[in-house]
Design a protein around this ligand. Structure first.
Ligand SMILES: Cc1ncc(C[n+]2csc(CCOP(=O)(O)OP(=O)(O)O)c2C)c(N)n1
Ligand SMILES: [Mg+2]
Length: 790
């Protein structure tokens, strides 16, 4: 079990009465969480014959830590990310605290009931940080603490909560965890605790030797204070005996796999193992253990720090004293603690049998028919719970309510900006942000972030205006030494851009927590992020987490498509439109013109102020300048842009419209240039090629889908009236053609989707457009095919 841990002995001042109460409560939490899963699987009638599931062993592993945390340490302003598989433990605790009605305990994993994993949006009992995809919820605490600090620095809030993560040891294997840890110390975040549940088991296997030590070193290397919670009080007391340190040495030298297997063995077997090997000779060890009977020996083996209430409370007290650093507590536990499946290699999804439950119920003195009971008011435990409720200010709302919901921020529909004759959407994006600076109330709440690509995604002018956020002012040596630079890297606590390392998971997690500032801290932020579009997918799970948990933000993927052609194939994003369309909670827009982008950003910001119904917005942008075919911004046009598209070239008013060959070109983003050119050329041959600028395939599709499910009409019926559906069509996009190809479902005529389906390579834009069949020639060829079947 790793090397000896040379931590300072913890202070011995924990009140024994407190310990006894928490221990009693922990047994009830163990029972209720175990029984909740048992009930969902073996008592509640099954409606579909499928496994329900739930993780009794994972729950038991954190029962002691969570009981101690919630009933003796937590404060109302704190936020806890609970290891996903411990959700029944969380709900049990919330029930005992009066935050969850008893009847809900029977609804685990049922429709409308308690979710499998703690969910901010779906659970009814005050989950503030969702968990599920391992590693993400835990890492989100870092960005929660960062957001809290940002809000303190910008809006003066001063009762900081603590962000606490209860993390499974195998969660640390996820790359997004080491990715995030460094940001905590980079921003000097101190209101941050991670309690690592070291049960040495993941889903399938036992942790490799030395892993815990490596985890601890990683925390230390990233600037965290590491506290050890390895040995229980009985073990510690034993180590104090003459030669007692031999036992400690044996525990430290024992491999994880053998330790786990011995947790399933009886005391005699454990003794045999202890005498059999190690640097201590059997005879000496035998002498040391001579007055320890088998049952006590087994207890001693199982008495790890993460289940020992005095040790846990002392660790919390020690952590609370740590200043200016995040804290990681390495808490050794047993997966399945207190259950017959404790420590077993196959226990991840194992559940207790009916006989096990009956035996447990008897052992804990829970009367039949009273399985879900809490405590009578006269019980000292009930009094402790009441005291905890007062401490947590329950049952009243303990979170800062959403102060701005009553009084939403007014964001104008347009900024009436002027853009050059030829412009790129990425270029316009930078101008629009600067334009927003002029609106004081909006600008104050804007915060931008980027994974080390702020300058190359055109945030430089915004940064020059608003500065970089840093926990404390840092000198600007460039200015100090008179070296000219276009970019002013001014780092102050008033700065409004958060520059992250090249780490897209962090990027989305930062957007998540900034995008929940209203709900978590009562202060609305308008987060806008930029990322290279090819790397949108690099942090995709974190992006999914962000939208699932209800965060609201805008992000720009830029440059996108073949516009990074000189950077080589893997820098050319292909399927990101499908990500935008496929992900709930985020609306994908791919504007062609600066004026469109301006109105989409203004509307997107309004979306962020609508905390109930608003959605996040993904802008897929480009560095390719194109001629600005549209420069106005009338209200009717804005409505069409936001609804997903409009007729940019419309031959319908022509008197001979129905006599001539006709075709529709649906195009998005920079491809409007090719679409218009092809339309021009076609008109020379007497073909009417209408051009419909699709600003958001996502909005069109989802409005269409929702309407068709209700037998209603959608904006598509306005955009594409029935009379136009017999006209052949082409779709065109610098991205995967599936994005627009679904429009074919609406047509009674051929539709040819053009777009990119293969990896690219270095080359000029024209060469690559040609190679991927999205240049003007390709559009004309497709036109001939759909019109004349050639
Ligand atoms: C990203 C992700 N991959 C895989 C899973 C499936 N999974 C759930 S729990 C688990 C192992 C967790 O081990 P640990 O974090 O140590 O928790 P324990 O059950 O030991 O308490 C895995 C692989 C998941 N939930 N999320
Ligand atoms: Mg584990």
């Amino acid at each position: 079990m790793d090397d000896a841990i040379h931590s300072a002995p913890l202070s011995p001042t924990i009140d024994p009465e407190t310990v006894a109460i928490i221990e009693t409560l922990a047994q009830r939490v163990l029972w209720l969480s175990t029984y909740m899963i048992h009930h969902a699987n073996k008592v509640r009638p099954s409606t579909d014959g499928m496994k329900v599931g739930g993780h009794q062993a994972s729950c038991a592993s954190v029962v002691s830590l969570m009981t101690a945390l919630y009933f003796a340490r937590l404060r109302p302003q704190d936020h806890v990310a609970v290891k996903p598989h411990a959700s029944p433990v969380l709900h049990t605790i919330q029930y005992l605290l009066g935050r969850l009605p008893q009847h809900m305990l029977t609804t685990l994993r049922d429709f409308g009931g308690l979710q499998a994993y703690p969910s901010r949006t779906k659970d009814p009992d005050g989950v503030t940080i969702s968990t599920g995809s391992v590693g993400l919820g835990a890492a989100a605490t870092i960005f929660g603490a960062l957001t809290q600090r940002y809000i303190r620095d910008h809006f003066g809030h001063s009762t900081p909560g603590r962000y606490i993560a209860l993390v499974g040891d195998a969660e640390i294997d996820e790359g997004n965890v080491p990715e995030a840890l460094g940001e905590a110390s980079a921003y000097g975040l101190s209101d941050l605790w991670w309690i690592v549940d070291i049960n040495r088991q993941s889903l399938d296997h036992i942790a490799p030797e030395g892993q815990v030590r490596q985890i601890a070193r990683m925390f230390e290397a990233k600037g965290w204070e590491v506290l050890w919670l390895k040995y229980g009080s009985q073990q510690r007391a034993f180590f104090e005996r003459p030669d007692g340190h031999w036992l400690r040495q044996w525990i430290d030298d024992c491999t994880n796999a053998e330790y786990q297997s011995l947790l399933n063995a009886d005391g005699a077997e454990i003794r045999r193992a202890m005498l059999e090997w190690g640097t201590i000779t059997g005879a000496d060890m035998g002498r040391l253990l001579v007055d320890v009977d088998d049952a006590t020996l087994k207890e001693l083996l199982m008495n790890l720090g993460g289940h020992d209430i005095p040790q846990i409370l002392q660790a919390f007290a020690a952590a609370a004293k740590v200043q200016d650093q995040p804290v990681a507590m390495m808490a050794y536990t047993i997966k399945g603690w207190g259950l017959p499946i404790a420590g077993h290699i196959e226990n991840h999804a194992a559940q207790l049998t009916n006989a096990h439950i009956v035996a447990m119920q008897e052992r804990l003195g829970i009367a039949v028919g009273h399985e879900w009971d809490g405590y009578d008011a006269a019980d000292p435990i009930a009094q402790w719970i009441q005291q905890t409720q007062r401490q947590l200010r329950l049952p009243h709302q303990s979170r800062p309510a959403s102060t701005n919901i009553q009084n939403p921020l007014q964001v104008p529909e347009t900024l009436d900006m002027r853009f050059p004759e030829r412009a790129s959407t990425q270029g316009a994006f930078g101008h629009i942000l600067v334009g927003l600076s002029a609106i004081k109330e909006v600008a104050a709440r804007l915060v931008t972030t980027s994974p080390d690509v702020a300058v190359s995604t055109n945030l430089a002018n915004w940064i020059n205006q608003r500065g970089i956020y840093a926990p404390a002012d840092r000198p600007n040596y460039w200015a100090k030494h008179g070296i000219t630079s276009l970019l002013q890297w001014r780092e102050t606590a008033a700065g409004q851009h958060i520059e992250l390392g090249i780490a897209e998971n962090n990027f989305y997690l930062a957007l998540t927590m900034l995008g929940l500032a209203q709900e978590l801290h009562g202060e609305l932020l308008l987060p806008i992020g930029t990322v290279y579009d090819p790397f949108v997918a690099r942090g995709l799970d974190a992006l999914t987490y962000a939208t699932y948990t209800g965060a609201k933000f805008i992000f720009a993927g830029t440059p996108s498509g073949l516009s990074l052609s000189r950077e080589g194939g893997a820098h050319q994003s292909i399927y990101t439109p499908l990500v935008g369309m496929g992900l709930p909670g985020v609306l994908y827009y791919e504007p062609a013109y600066a004026a469109e982008l301006e109105c989409i950003i203004c509307w997107g910001l309004q979306q962020l102020t609508d905390r109930q119904h608003g959605q996040s917005v993904y802008l897929r942008l480009s560095t390719r300048p194109i001629t600005q075919a549209v420069r106005h911004s009338a209200p009717a046009w804005r409505r069409q842009v936001l609804a997903g598209g409009y007729w940019l070239r419309d031959y319908r008013p022509q008197v001979d419209y129905c006599q001539r060959p006709r075709v529709h070109i649906f195009a998005s983003g920079v491809m409007l240039e090719e679409a218009l050119q092809a339309s021009d050329i076609a008109s020379e041959d007497g073909i009417y090629a209408n051009v419909i600028n699709v600003t958001s395939a996502d909005r069109l599709f989802h409005a269409y889908l929702a309407a068709s499910q209700q037998g209603a009409t959608s904006y598509l019926d306005e955009l594409l009236p029935a009379a136009e559906r017999g006209v052949p069509a082409i779709t065109l996009l610098d991205g995967h053609p599936l994005t627009l190809a679904w429009l074919g479902a609406l047509f009674n005529a051929p539709l040819k989707p053009l777009g990119v389906v293969n990896f690219g390579e270095t080359g000029s834009l024209q060469q690559l457009y040609h190679k991927h069949h999205i240049d003007t020639d390709a559009v004309l060829t497709a036109m001939v095919q759909v019109l004349f079947g050639k």
